[in-house]
Structure formats: C-alpha cells, structure tokens
Design a protein around this ligand. Sequence first.
Ligand code: BES
Ligand code: MN
Ligand code: ZN
Length: 519
Amino acid sequence: MNFDLKTLGLPEAAAEKCDLLVLLVPDGFKPGTDVLSAVVAQALKNADLSTKVGQNLSLYQVPGVAARRVALLGVGAGDARGVRLGVQAAAGLLRAVSVKRAVLCFASPASADAVAAAVQGVAQASYVYTTTKSKAEARTLSRVIIGVADTAAVTQAFEHSVAVTVGVEFAREWGNRPANYATPTLLADAAKGLAQHTGIQCKVMGPTDVAKLGMGAFMAVAQGTQEPLRFIELRYTGAAKTQAPIVLVGKGITFDSGGISLKPGAEMDEMKFDMCGAASVLGVFRALAELQPTINVVGLIPACENMPDGRALKPGDVVTSMSGQTIEILNTDAEGRLVLCDALTYAARFKPAAVVDIATLTGACVIALGGVRSGLFATDDALAQALLAAGESAQDLCWRLPLDDDYAEGLKTNFADVANVGGRPAGSITAAKFLQRFVGEFPWAHLDIAGTAWKGGAAKGATGRPVGLLVHYLLQASARAEADTPPPKAPTAKTAAKNPVAKSAVAREPRATPAAPGK
Ligand code: BES
Ligand code: MN
Ligand code: ZN
C-alpha cells in the first residue's frame, strides 16, 4: 500500500478526488467557513455526530466534496490513542471493496504520534491474510493520503510509521502462517531473504553448529521433532563497526504442543503463534531495511518445534545449557526459556549495548496484563524507561514487572543448578528470573508478548506487536548515539569512495510498495 502525506486544510480536503474521505474530528473542533466544516458543525449540533472515539457518520456524494464517500469520525482528544482507536473502529469502512483510494484528513492540528497512529490504524485495518487461501481476495485499498494542516512537524514521524507498517505486516504474515508453512527452515529462509536489503546480513546455523556451540537447552527442546532446528543470526550495520550493537532475541517456537507435558487440545492451534517473538525480530529488520538508521542491530532467533515423541525431552531430565549451568526440566511446556537461555548466552559475544528478548513466554502474562500491554522486565532502569516511552509513542504499550530475587526461590532443585519452572504464582516473573541467570554483563530487558502478539476468537490473527515499540526504541537509540558522537570530519576522497552514500534516518533506497512478506 502506498501512503502519502499532504498539506490539506478542510477546503483542500473537499477537493481531493477519492473513494473515501475520512475526516478525523477531535473534541473542541473549530469549524471554518468551508463546506466540510459546515457539515461537521451541523452534525455535531444535531447530535448526529459526536467526537467520542470511534463515533462516525457516513455521507454519500456531498455537494461540493469531490470524494464519493465521506465519513466523519470522532477521535476523542485527537491524541495518538484516540486516533488509533477511532481508526480501528472505522476499519470496516477502510475495508470496503469499493475503496481503493482513501484520504484521512485531520480536522484539527495533529501531533506527530497521532499521524503515526493514523498510518498504523489504516495499515492494520486493511491487511488481508492470503497465503494459505486458494481464492485470495487481495487488499483493495492501495493508496492512502494522510492530510494535515502542517506537514513539516510530522514528516519524520510519518516516514517512520510507514516503515513500521511494512515491518508490522511482515511480522503478522509470518505469525499467521501455520506451522507447516512456517517451519524453522522456512523462517530461516525468510531471514535470508531480508539480507537482500542494504546493510543486512544473515547467517543460519543448523543442528551440528548448535551442538558445537554447546546449546544443550535449545537442542533439548528440538529433540522431539522431525523438523530440524535453526539458529538465525541477523545483522544490520548502519553505524561504525566499533559501535556496540543492540541485540534482539526472538523466541521462535514454530509450534508448541507442550511436548511430553502435552497441552490440552482446546485452542492448541494457537500455538503456531509461539514464534511471534521471532516474527517481531524479522519485522524489525524489515523496517530497518526501509529506514537505514545509524545504528547496529543484531537479531538472534532460536527456532524449533516443541513436540512429543520417543526421543522427546522428559520431565525430570537434566540438560546442560551453553552457559554450563545445568537445568532440570520439570515441565517440557516451559520450553521458551530453554531456547532463549542459550541465545542469551550467545548474545554476550556481540558485546552488546543492550539485549532485548521478545517472547510469547507465559500464559500467566495473558492473565496479568491481557492483550493491552506486553510484560516488560529489565535489569536496567534507563533501558526500561526507553522501552516504556517507545511503547507510548508507538501506541504499542508495555508495563514493567519486578525482578526481585525472592521470586527465584521456586526455581531451586536438588538435581541441577536450576529448574525450568517455579510454581504457579507469578509465573511470568519466575520465567523472567530463569532467563536473568543467563544474562551477561549487559543491560537486559525481556518482553513477554503472550497476550499481545495475537488475537483469538473471530479476529484470530497475529498483531505484529511489538514491532512498533522496538522500532521506536531503536530509532531513539540511534538519535541518542548520533547526538553523542562528534560530527565526522569532512570526507576525504578516500573515505568518500569507501562510503559512497551518506547514512541518514530517512530511507536511502526509493521506497517502493513493499513486496509481499516472505518474498
Ligand atoms: N508458549 C507458551 C506460553 C503461552 C501460553 C502463550 C498460552 C500464550 C498463551 C509457553 O511455552 C508455555 O507453555 N508456558 C507455560 C509455562 C508453564 C509450564 C510454567 C505456561 O504459561 O503455561
Ligand atoms: Mn510451552
Ligand atoms: Zn511456548
């Protein structure tokens, strides 16, 4: 889909030829003397429209308005949250088969985050999953103009958010694919595909390499399946090689049956989403390809299935992790932490500035925070603050939970250095405490996205979260690093030849319509 940002007052919006014009009307809307202002003012006066979030009024062929359809949409305070929820409520309008070209126009001045929320909302509403359908109904909406009174203040946020939509869709796509269309091998192929973009490299390891590294915990999870494991290592190099990277680690369980500690049958299909952490890492790299920021990022994905068979891991088995710590497996369904612990040990070799892991780790997190906020754990306050703030500005929220050592009590065992489960109380925290044992000398954060990565029920599907949060965080980190480094000396002929294109926060390559994810 193509997004454009345009300076549009209400008189100009009325002249935009399109299939659908959505007017975002916030509280305290001040009408001008134009036709759209008059319609909105009348509708508000007669209480046919309210500025409450998601309230809308549809109109057809309004005299003096070039758009065929017009929708007046309440967006509450007009902030990012109001716009996100408002556009979400109007998703049906944006999905109409007759709507190919749409204009979303802010009726009052808009903040940068509100513009980003509009872009995210439209992309989210219009995404269609097609991969495993025989009769694919493609997305009809192909061109969207976001109209604001003043483009200058919001251009950067707009460009960033368009890149985020590309990453979010990539993550949704891989999240949604069933386990037989998203095996560890196919995930690795998707990662290799990303390496076609400037600045991205990919290395994939299989069972033999992983055994050489001594990743005994990761290997243990994969031993009950026919599907070979993959350890994916992505690198984005946008800054000097000497700059410490931020490492993202994504849980890539392509199907979680629970293993010998088999899950109940109801909704077990949803465990195809257990690689959404991995998908979010892929999505972030897809967005980095668009944005080309001045930063170094490493993505690590331990990918495998968790299945029961004659060779599968058994409760009571003890395995040796890459760190040397031995782990007693009390529940084979607590497999996420087993694949992550070895990836966290591996992460230390990059001497990272920070490590953030992303995982659909615990059902307990769904109970604690539901689908609104992801669980956040961090050993470093500055890192926690940065992630919380990124979540706010991306409207991809998280909430910090504690890491008191007392929570680790339940992980003690007589038969190994640590057990892989504590009791039922505070299950998300004990999982995080387990992971913390494998964290080296770097600031670390853990995002439990079990409740936020996908939706169940009629709207079943991956959300692409927390790609927005992570991209915002990385862009902030890149801006901070740029502010901290002294400006480079004027390039000499030699360095200019070595580095022919200047790095900037804006896409270097012309931004084409994103290729279908997975291609
Ligand atoms: N992938 C699940 C976590 C999960 C469960 C996410 C339900 C979303 C919805 C994870 O591997 C798991 O099974 N965790 C167990 C841990 C328990 C055995 C300590 C859980 O949460 O029940
Ligand atoms: Mn599990
Ligand atoms: Zn799992």
